[in-house]
Design a protein around this ligand. Sequence first.
Ligand code: SAM
Length: 482
Amino acid sequence: MAIYNPKSLKAEEFINDAEILDTIAYAEANKNNAELIDSILDKARPKKTPEGITCSGLSHREAAVLLACEIPEKVHAMRALAEEIKLSFYGNRIVMFAPLYLSNYCVNGCVYCPYHLKNKHIARKKLTQEEVRNEVIALQDMGHKRLAIESGEDPVNNPIEYILECIKTIYSINHKNGAIRRVNVNIAATTVENYKKLKEAGIGTYILFQETYHKESYLELHPTGPKHDYDYHTEAMDRAMEGGIDDVGLGVLFGLEKYKYEFIGLLMHAEHLEAVHGVGPHTISVPRVKRADDIDPDVFDNSIPDEMFEKIIACIRIAVPYTGMIISTRESEELRGKVLNLGISQISGASRTSVGGYTEEERPHDSEQFDVSDQRTLDEVVNWLIDKGHIPSFCTACYREGRTGDRFMSLCKTGAIQNCCHPNALMTLTEYLVDYASDDTKQKGFALIEKELEKIPNEKARRIAKENVEAIKASDRRDFRF
Ligand code: SAM
């Protein structure tokens, strides 16, 4: 039997089934242990140090106890703590992005995804470079600066060369004042060589969802194709890091397996990355299975109610305080509104999950990956965020300034983020308002910026940010950053 070892490079040792089962039992046995729960919450609380605010995070065992706890006042305390941690490190900023589907050709057999090989009635599409260009112009015209590119796995139709060519095209386009300044990549697990190529192409985060950490279920849910190889998939982030990519994004597809197992697996994966590479995941995504062509989400009997989903998000926030958390348009406006206060730091807006969807007048469904719940325009989402007291941020400065991996984490840890991320958010929001926003959003947005500029602690940074905001308003100068 494999022995749990977070430093191992073997999937079955760092995501260890026996350790997960033992942790579930430990959490169950301690779920009413108020004293233990209080001590865990105390440990996780942000602490002031001479260098700034720090947070210790939690081990998967400690976090599992919080997740199992059903004592109402403790659950309330968890939610409050999650928000406190979020505000300490991410402030009230919410980073905006959109997915861009390049191709839905796929050789895998994932039973929850309509792109699976056996689905013969979904329209198969792959963007030409001209189509990539048009999609990117449409996205730039909405105001997007950050994309996550998505593709099925098909070595013939979508080889790595195709993905690289698309990245090059995306970065080359400047329509009016538009630019895509960060391309995150969500493609199938690949080789160290290919990760090196992605790194050279200037990608931001490499995102790969584990789907499920439960090996037996994983093998059933991915019956055919290269993705069937659980170990190769689970060890992908280590290869990505070996290839030089130091911002990686984890996620599980909630609903496939039991959430306690997935939650613990996810945190063990984060601990493994920290133990081996000295840096945890840059982001964690929390997708839930959705209805799609050929896919009925009700056949997966592990769906989680909203309340539990919110608790999972809060507990992840508490356990890995420096990791960004992403929620997509799979979720409704209402749910997204709630989890913004529980730790989410990035959301997508105006997403279309079909190949070539952004250039269509009407939302196309023929090549769509899943139903989108939040169908609002980007301007509506930005307006809504401002109303809720958040700062929509189009910032992409960190990785362009070389602040990736542990350098980003140390920025987070020293609290310098207030003199850096906060002004960057305000300057990029100014760009958005000047170039793309409706009158109502402009009015609210400029009022927010005026107020928020005063909160930049460092006097010099505050002065420069104010000057840059004015320069953006008065001219076509763009892309100021700290
Ligand atoms: N082909 C790549 C891979 O295998 O990782 C890229 C992933 S795919 C374009 C992005 C993600 O969509 C998948 O990792 C999966 O978690 C999610 N997904 C697939 N089918 C879904 C569904 N029916 N509902 C919600 N999310 C789904």
